[in-house]
Design a binder for this molecule. Structure first.
Ligand code: HEC
Length: 138
């Protein structure tokens, strides 16, 4: 192979890879509204996210696989555990942990904060992540 053909091959392959990347990026972006339902982000959902951030829940938990791996993924926690269980965890703060040796701190969340967090989790649960992360129980 000559130097010129090697260079042409490098340039050609780079152009193709960039074109594929740009097309896939574009297709992802146009599918966001359908996947994330922004019209369902009510003031309460937005407030729930603020509560989530205020207490740095992400320091232990993940949402859609992003965050810390100390505690369970919560993007689909309503589907996995049910609303009642989630409320109980947030109300009692699970000082003891339940069935494991890992512990979650007590946050003394107000009723308003808990309602908003639950709404935030419900909205997260409706986001189409193409099944990611694969943490369905059972
Ligand atoms: C210091 C780490 C830590 C922080 C910060 C933390 N958690 Fe947790 N959380 C845990 C651990 C550990 C568990 C699992 C306990 C167990 O399984 O016994 C848990 C469990 C949960 C569960 C139940 C999940 C399941 O699948 O069973 C919910 C809901 C939850 N946390 C919500 C929150 C929210 C909301 C915040 C922020 C306000 C928060 N956590 C902050 C450690 C933490």
């Amino acid at each position: 192979m000559t130097k010129a053909s090697a260079r042409n091959m490098f340039i050609g392959a780079s152009v193709i890879v960039w074109a594929v990347l740009l097309v896939l990026t574009y297709l992802s972006h146009v599918s966001f509204p359908e996947r994330t339902h922004p019209e369902k982000i009510t003031a309460q959902v937005a407030y729930g996210k603020k509560v989530w951030e205020r207490h740095a829940c992400i320091d232990c938990h993940t949402l859609f696989g992003e965050g810390a791996y100390y505690a369970p993924e919560l993007g689909n926690v309503i589907e996995r555990r049910g609303e009642e269980f989630v409320r109980t965890v947030l109300e009692t703060a699970a000082v003891q942990g339940w069935g494991t040796t890992r512990k979650m701190p007590r946050f003394d969340l107000s009723r308003e904060d808990i309602d908003a967090l639950v709404e935030f989790f419900k909205w997260l649960g409706e986001v189409d992540t193409a099944g990611w992360p694969p943490n369905i129980e059972g």
